[in-house]
Design a binder for this molecule. Sequence first.
Ligand code: ZN
Ligand code: ZN
Length: 237
Amino acid sequence: MIRIGVIVNDEAREGFKGIHGLSIYIDTDEKILLFDTGPLPEILEYNAERMNIDIELIDAVILSHIHTPHIGGVFNLGWASPYLDVYIPYGSMEGLGKKLLGEGLKPHEIIGDTWLSNDILVSKPLNGPPWEHFLIIRSGKGLVVFSGCMHPGLEKLLEYISETLNKDICCIIGGFHLSNAPDRIIEKYVDRLAGEVKPRLIIPLHCSGERFRELLKERMGSNSTRILRAGDFATID
Ligand SMILES: [Zn+2]
Ligand SMILES: [Zn+2]
């Protein structure tokens, strides 16, 4: 069972701060992970505290890609967790990586498939641009896929997963980057997801866009499309 908490997101519950960005707390049986950190340390800390999430217990941080709404919140984490492992985007060692070292964190550049445990994989970098990697957790029911913005696109992601992992996707969580996409692109994504991939659950967050969410609900049913805001928890089994 995987428990997730949306710490930073464009939309927030009352009492929480919403901002353009993404950060998801992930508690698996094996590890506690933070997927992206939102744009600002203050917001990460503010919302995490109100969710009773103890940032000090996090085993590793995965920064999906170099855009500020995903990485800006990382910089204070060294105070609570010195030498915390931070998996950073391909090509960012010189800039971001050095900065993290200066903050007392331990950056690891993702250059290929990186297994964090038997069932937890950080994908090799796929190019959008920018380079982006995905967090994929093998659960009993299938693959749980975490996406920052999905800049490489759904096709490239699906192709990678079918080449690399011999299992179906049961859940996709995170950004789909479709807020400003033309209708035909949104429809293509929904066709592919509802027609062929058929995950049991999609949680579109951050930059996924209202139109995509509505169409997804229409085609996949409201049980399969869950809308979460910053401050919300969910359990994935
Ligand atoms: Zn995006
Ligand atoms: Zn982005």
